[in-house]
Every structure is written in structure tokens, then in C-alpha cells.
Design a protein around this ligand. Structure first.
Ligand code: 6PG
Length: 399
């Protein structure tokens, strides 16, 4: 089982191993490989009589010690050979191992990629809330640590919330302020979030919260340009603290709803990819093995799992009556936070994208009719009508 950085190193290790492998051997890639590479490698090894599994592994150092979430894909027969080992190694939730056979080919690495896309979305949402608490409510890092600590115990509980509380409370010996405030505000990325957005674009699946999370990593890295923009546009809005307690309750509700919207976008992408790539994914199984060991594990995955358990053919997670009522209950919070952020100039792009996603999705009629008319005007691309069937073109200038 290889656990090496994605890309060329995987091919290099395979090349090194090949002379030592015999027909019938099984090679496992446990890194964050791009799913297209996994398909290519599986084919290359199959031609030599070797079995290949692409296994997404999530959990970082903590997962390595206490058990990760494992997302295996490839030939079922190959999985059967290592099922016991993987189940033994995986994290357990109420005794249930966080691993299951997901599907053929690159199914495992695809699921891991989308896991990371969701990870990007959740991290960006949490970062925005951390910023809104400071710039909008005038809260110091210690006060924010306390709030995250409290929130990470309840409905919002999950790995990323827990580590955020710990990070905000961490001080170096003798330091006056928490370490996080001394960390350069330029986020890096290894590519899995970007791949998720690219694949979603290819498949025509909207995942705007994740797209914006990738864009914000890119924007954060433009540190020099941001400095110049900040001078030109007087970037830092002075903090006008609002009413702390009611606003904190709204922030909490908004974060909760936006997290649901993020998982829902990821599940939607998985559902479409399952059909397009022939993975035959069972989304209940995916939610089940994400409940423990991985970076996006959270209390929310239990109701998400139940939604698919009740309706395996659920068209979209947001149509589940239970989750829909939770989102509806907190929609006012999201609106209020987004409106406050927009009017004070505090960036909250992932929250805004999440809200617009839902507002667009629940619009029976969108302005796409105008886009169709424009396309037909300048390129004779034709359009369909709501009052009669067929395909139409208009010579717009004649009128
Ligand atoms: C996990 C993580 C892990 C890795 C990320 C980091 O599930 O354990 O996702 O795979 O830490 O890929 O990704 P970025 O470098 O792109 O932030």
C-alpha cells in the first residue's frame, strides 16, 4: 500500500515496484491521487495481471493513530482480499468501521476528492465566521475560542470545529497573543479542492460554496496585490460591534445552515458522478463512512445518512423533509449575517454563495430566459419556449 504524494511520485513508486510484483499481486494507492490518474494506473496494471485499488484516506496524524476514514474503490475481488485489514485499521463509530467498498475504478479517489471539496467549503465558512466575530462583533481571539469550544459540543460538533477551538486557544510560551494571529494570511492548497470544482464544471453540477472556497485560497495568496488594493479602496472597515449575543446566535444558525448546504452540494456532485463514471455509489454508505476518522466528520453526517437511508433515490439532499426544515429554520440567520457582512464590507463569500445557491435552486423561474434570448440574438443559438414546444430562433433586429 503506497502512501506517497499525488502525481509523479505515485508513478515513480509503481515503476520501482513493478519488477518485484507478480501476477495476481495487489497494489493499493492510499494517497490523494487524481481520479483520472487512478483509472490510468489501474488499466496499466490490469494489463500486467495486477490488481489495483485507489483508496482515499482521510484523518491526518490523528487518523493515523486512532483510525482514519477509508474510501476504497476498484475491483470488488481485490477489495475482498483486504477488507479485514481495512476494517481493522479504520475509525469506528459505535463499533461500525468507517470503511466500505464504494465502487469500481476510481470511485474511492473520486469520493475522497469530493470529501476534500467539502473540507474546503467548511473551512472557508468557519474562517468567515471567525472573521465576522472579530470585524463585526469586535471579539478577541480568546472570546472566539470560547464560542467555538461551546459550539463544537452541540449540533455543530465536528472535527474542524473542534480543532478551530483548540487553534484559537493556543499560545506559544511567553507569547501575549495566540499563535493563529501571527500566521501569514495566505492559504495554500495541494489541488483536491480545485479538482472537485473542475470535475463539477465538467459534469455541470453547481457547487458554488466549494468553488468560492478555492477562489478564496487563490485570493488569499495574492498578499502583495491585496496590500495595494487595501490602500486604493480603504480595505479595512472599522469595526462597529453589534449586539453580541443575538448576533452570535445568528452566526451559529447561519454556519449550521451553510454547512448543510455545503454537504448537499458535495452529495449532489457524487450522485451525478456515480452515474456518469459508472461508480454506482451508495450515498448512504458514503455518509456513513464519513461519520468518523475524517476531516469532515461531524454530527451532521448522521441526519444526512438517515436521509439517504429513508430514501436511497433522494434526488437532492435538500429535498429531505428533515434537513429542509432545519435549513428553513436558519435561513433568516443566513440572510441577516450576509446582509450585515455586505453592508459593512466584511467578506463572507462562502456564506453568500451558499445563500444564493439555495435562493436560485428554490426559484421556479430564473432569469436564464434572458440569457437564452441574448445567446439567440448574437449567435442564433436558438431557444425553447414555455408556451409552445419546439426550438425557436428570432431575427431580433427586425423589430
Ligand atoms: C484529509 C485531508 C488530507 C490533506 C488535504 C490538504 O482528508 O486527511 O484532506 O488529504 O490534508 O489534502 O489539502 P490542501 O493542501 O489542498 O489544503
Amino acid at each position: 500500500m503506497m502512501l506517497v504524494p499525488a502525481g509523479d511520485p505515485v508513478d515513480a513508486v509503481i515503476d520501482n515496484l513493478l519488477p518485484m510484483l507478480e501476477e495476481g499481486d495487489l497494489l493499493i494507492d492510499g494517497g490523494n491521487s487524481h481520479f483520472v490518474d487512478t483509472d490510468r494506473r489501474a488499466k496499466q496494471l490490469r494489463e500486467r495481471g495486477l490488481a489495483y485499488l485507489g483508496v482515499g484516506v482521510s484523518g491526518g496524524a490523528e487518523g493515523a493513530r486512532r483510525g482514519p476514514s477509508l474510501m476504497p474503490g476498484g475491483p470488488r475481488s481485490a477489495y475482498d482480499r483486504v477488507q479485514g485489514i481495512l476494517e481493522g485499521a479504520a475509525a469506528k463509530v459505535n463499533g461500525d468501521p468507517c470503511v466500505a467498498y464504494l465502487g469500481p475504478g476510481s470511485a474511492g479517489h473520486y469520493v475522497k476528492m469530493v470529501h476534500n471539496g467539502i473540507e474546503y467549503g467548511l473551512m472557508q465558512l468557519i474562517a468567515e465566521v471567525y472573521d465576522l466575530m472579530k470585524r463585526g462583533l469586535g471579539m478577541g481571539t480568546a472570546a472566539r475560542a470560547e464560542v467555538f469550544e461551546e459550539w463544537s459540543q452541540g449540533l455543530l460538533s465536528g472535527f474542524l470545529m473542534e480543532i478551530t477551538a483548540e487553534i484559537l486557544a493556543y499560545k506559544e510560551q511567553g507569547a501575549s497573543e495566540p499563535l493563529v494571529e501571527r500566521i501569514l494570511d495566505a492559504a495554500e492548497q495541494k489541488g483536491t479542492g480545485r479538482w472537485t470544482s473542475q470535475s463539477a464544471m465538467d459534469l455541470g453540477v453547481p457547487i458554488p460554496t466549494m468553488d468560492v472556497a478555492v477562489a478564496m485560497r487563490n485570493l488569499s495568496a495574492l498578499k502583495g496585490a491585496r496590500g495595494r488594493m487595501s490602500e486604493r479602496y480603504e480595505g479595512e472597515t472599522p469595526c462597529i460591534p453589534g449586539e453580541r449575543d443575538p448576533d452570535l446566535a445568528k452566526l451559529r444558525g447561519a454556519l449550521y445552515a451553510c454547512m448543510i448546504l455545503t454537504y448537499a452540494q458535495g452529495m449532489d456532485l457524487l450522485g451525478v458522478a456515480a452515474g456518469e463514471h459508472g461508480y454506482g455509489l451508495d450515498l448512504e454508505t458514503v455518509a456513513r463512512i464519513w461519520r468518523g476518522g475524517c476531516i469532515i466528520r461531524s454530527a451532521l453526517l448522521e441526519p444526512i445518512r438517515s436521509a439517504y437511508q429513508r430514501r436511497p433515490d433522494l434526488d437532492h439532499l435538500l429535498l429531505d423533509p428533515g434537513l429542509a426544515s432545519v435549513v428553513r429554520a436558519h435561513l433568516g440567520d443566513v440572510r441577516s449575517v450576509v446582509a450585515g457582512a455586505a453592508s459593512t464590507g466584511i467578506p463572507a463569500p462562502a456564506m453568500m454563495a451558499s445563500l444564493s445557491y439555495l435562493d436560485s435552486f428554490r426559484s421556479d423561474r430564473l432569469p436564464a430566459n434572458l440569457i437564452q434570448a441574448q445567446r439567440d440574438y448574437f449567435g442564433a443559438h436558438t431557444y425553447e419556449r414555455v408556451d409552445k414546444s419546439g426550438t425557436f430562433h428570432t431575427e431580433w433586429r427586425e423589430h
